[in-house]
Design a protein around this ligand. Structure first.
Ligand code: BGC
Length: 273
């Protein structure tokens, strides 16, 4: 049951990568609820992506949505996705570079393929999408009727941009690199009024980490890592992403917003150290 929407993103278009499940799906829906047009990017789950696009469009708020296939690690596919967005909606105002994956392995057993795949999608994918977004923002110029900023980029990072993660070295390395990508872009394009920020989710209930919450015992262990004592919901990230895309956060750039129930407060130290 949807509540009455805000209209903070009216007449703006948002690309959300990896939007056919988990965090990306809820970010796409939250953008739609705030009246944005949404590109629901997916890799291979066309049916679900189309359902999500239909769900957003049929909310009958101001924006509509379309599902667009692209592998974010492939330059030509990212460029084609931006072209489709521009053909349909005229321009792109917001990018949420969310698509990401894990391929976990003990470091001494990690294959080059596992390392490369995670870097290709989680890091190179965010580079390719952010670069296309910056090109589009610079090429079209300001739209003062819709936003104080020339454009907004939100990188989906993770608490593992600062929390080391045994048996996930490829994933943690990719997220650690996102910080410098994001901050460098914020520094480079601040003068042109492009805002670039990251969201660092903690443990959010999605398919990527089902092992960590799929049984009551696992969830109990997980909660020990979360001072706020509950697993995050994808909508917790959706509302943060929308806020970072609106002019309410106009003076925020080059920042990582941790949405983690306090996971980065290292609760292990409550009883030790
Ligand atoms: C990972 C999840 C993990 C969470 C907290 C995320 O970035 O994708 O698998 O549960 O960090 O550790």
């Amino acid at each position: 049951m949807y509540q009455k929407p805000n209209s903070r993103l009216i007449n703006q278009t948002c690309i959300v990568t990896g939007a056919s499940s988990g965090i990306g799906k809820e970010v796409a829906i939250a953008m739609g609820k705030d009246c944005a047009n949404v590109i629901v990017n997916y890799l291979d789950d066309k049916e679900t992506a189309e359902e999500i696009a239909h769900e957003i469009t049929s909310m009958k708020y101001h924006g509509t949505a379309i599902a667009v296939q692209a592998d974010v690690s492939k330059e030509d596919q990212v460029q084609a996705m931006f072209k489709t967005a521009k053909d349909k909606y005229g321009t792109v105002d917001i990018l949420v570079a969310n698509a990401g994956l894990q391929q976990d392995a003990a470091f001494h057993e990690m294959t080059l393929k596992q390392w490369q795949k995670v870097i290709d999608v989680n890091l190179t994918g965010q580079f390719l999408c952010a670069r296309e977004a910056v090109r589009e923002f610079l090429g079209r110029g300001m739209r003062p009727d819709v936003s104080h900023a020339l454009g907004k980029i939100i990188h989906m990072s993770s608490v593992h941009q600062i929390i080391p993660w045994a048996k996930h070295a490829n994933y943690a390395a990719s997220k650690g690199a996102i910080v410098m990508l994001m901050e460098s872009l914020a520094q480079e394009y601040g003068p042109q009024k492009i805002r670039v920020n990251s969201i660092a989710p903690g443990a959010i209930k999605t398919p990527i980490n089902k092992e960590a919450w799929g049984t009551p015992e696992a969830l109990k262990e997980l909660n020990k890592l979360i001072p706020y004592n509950r697993i995050g919901q994808p909508s917790d990230i959706g509302s943060a992403a929308v806020w970072l895309a609106t002019d309410e956060s106009d003076y925020i750039t080059g920042t990582t917003l941790f949405v983690d129930g306090g996971m980065t407060c290292y609760p292990g130290f409550t009883v030790n150290g």
